[in-house]
Structures are given as C-alpha cells and as structure tokens.
Design a protein around this ligand. Structure first.
Ligand code: BTN
Length: 272
C-alpha cells in the first residue's frame, strides 16, 4: 500500500502546535536522495518547513559519504530549516543533536525505548533504528539554510547491526506506531520540538537532554591505547573523554575532544 499523505496531514494536525515550523509536504515515489530533492526545491524558492518524503531513494546519503540503502518500507524524509538567530557553521552538530533528541523523545513518549548513539544514530535494543544527516549552506561562517535528512527503518530489511520498528513492535505486547504515516508525523514533531528547544531554551539545555538519552555516557573507550571515559559532548559536536592517567599526583584528569567520524562506538546497550 502506498504512502497516504492525507493520513499524515491528519496525524500531524492531531499532534502539532503549528507554531515553530509550518510544514509543507512534498511526496515522491522515487528520488535519488530526499536531501538533494529538497536542495533543488530550495533553489527554486521553497521555504523553511518544506518537507520531502520518498518511498525509495536510489542514492540515499549517509554520514561520512556513505550510501544509505533505501528500499521500500523505510522512512526517508528531509526538512528545510532556516534561522532568524545566528548559528555558526562550526556548530552545525547542534542541529543533528536537536533532531536526534527530538525524535528519540517523541518515540519514547509513545513507549518506544529509543536511545541515541553519538553523534547521530537512533538506537533500539542495541541496534541502529535510524540515522540523521544534516547538510548546511553557509555564508560568512554562519548557517543560512539547513536540510535535515532522517532515515528510519520501518519494515525494510536491515543489516545485522540494524533493527526495524515493526520487528521490534512484533515482540511487544503493544503496538504504539500503527503505520508509516504515524511514524512520519512523530518524526516531524520530533524535529520541530528539537529545533524549538534549541532556539528557545538554548544549547546547554538541549545538550543536557541529549546526554540523558545518550547510550554512550560512561563508556570506556581507548584513544591511542590510553583508556578513558565518555563524559559528554561539546556544542561543536565533539565527544568529551576523560583520560585515565597513571600519574597519581596529577589531580586533574585530562579531558580530550574526539571529532565525529574519527572513532566508532559500539551498539552495546539495549536502552538508556
Ligand atoms: C547515517 O548515516 O546514519 C545518516 C543517514 C541519513 C539517511 C537519510 S534518508 C533521508 C535523507 N536523504 C538522504 O539522502 N539521507 C537522509
């Protein structure tokens, strides 16, 4: 059965305050990448809140230049966001963190026990449920336009480290998300609430909420054979790691900052 835009509009109206982002929905059966289609629409004059949704993508984009395999059954969407407050280009990870926190907390409110794996993965039962790819246009060091792309596994086949939401729901005694349109509305509401949190409450509050859902907090990691503990993230998106030193006289634990994409954390905990 195809995607029912009317069902999505209805679900959105039921849950949305229609304040922060006035969504304008564009649906396609097949695109190369919803992010790319949205950039094309923005070049033709589309505005903040424009959403592109597709049934399949032939060249879905993942983090670090990877491909996001996008068969029928997954959720593939992108949302355009522009800003009236200033966001430095170096702080674009705040948009990813806001999106991850917003979507995870919306799903958790419905009983789906999603956590976040730094920096941009949504995790369920220790497996990857979805990912976020933020792309930005920058002018004079400031972000003028962002496209937030979200892929979530709904009924599509997944690799060994992945999970789709329907297979998780099949093992529960409840089924909180009844259809792809409902999942889409929850994701859009999540993006809206994340952006609203960042804009109105600020980055410190957003980061503390993100950390509450981060499955990696307290993890032991090894950097150049020195062990350390994950203690947080920075507003620039780096992972904060406190290194263990053997120098007992040293009172301050050296803290280092790890850039996204330079180490890989495991999918080990079932929930936060
Ligand atoms: C990741 O690597 O974890 C991020 C994956 C993001 C995939 C989504 S699917 C919708 C949007 N369009 C794309 O081409 N990529 C993002």
């Amino acid at each position: 059965m195809g995607f029912n835009l009317q069902n999505l509009e209805t679900a959105l109206k039921a849950g949305q305050k229609y304040t922060y982002l006035p969504f304008s929905l564009h649906f396609f059966e097949s695109v190369s990448s919803t992010n790319q289609t949205l950039w094309n629409l923005l070049n033709q004059g589309a505005i903040s809140g424009t959403v592109v949704i597709a049934t399949v993508q032939s060249a879905g984009r993942g983090q670090w230049g990877r491909e996001w395999i996008s068969p029928v059954g997954g959720l593939y969407l992108s949302v355009a966001i522009s800003f009236d407050h200033k966001i430095e280009a170096t702080e674009s990870y705040q948009l990813t963190f806001a999106t991850a926190w917003g979507i995870a907390s919306q799903l958790r409110q419905r009983g789906v026990d999603v956590g976040i794996k730094w920096p941009n993965d949504l995790v369920l039962n220790g497996r990857k449920l979805g990912g976020i790819l933020t792309e930005t246009k920058v002018n004079k060091g400031q972000i003028t336009q962002a496209v937030i792309g979200v892929g979530i596994n709904w009924t599509n086949p997944v690799p060994e480290t992945g999970i789709n939401l329907e297979s998780w729901q099949a093992l529960q005694d409840f089924r909180p998300i009844s259809c792809l349109e409902m999942l889409t509305s929850i994701v859009l509401l999540g993006i809206e609430s994340g952006m609203e949190c960042l804009a109105k409450e600020g980055v410190s509050i957003l980061l503390s909420r993100y950390l509450d859902l981060l499955i990696n907090m307290g993890d032991r990691v090894y950097i150049n054979n020195i062990s350390g503990t994950v203690v947080g993230v920075t507003p620039q998106g780096n992972l904060r790691v406190d290194l263990e030193t053997e120098d007992t006289k040293q009172l301050i634990t050296p803290e280092i900052y790890i850039e996204p994409g330079t180490i890989s954390l495991g999918y080990h905990k079932s929930s936060v």
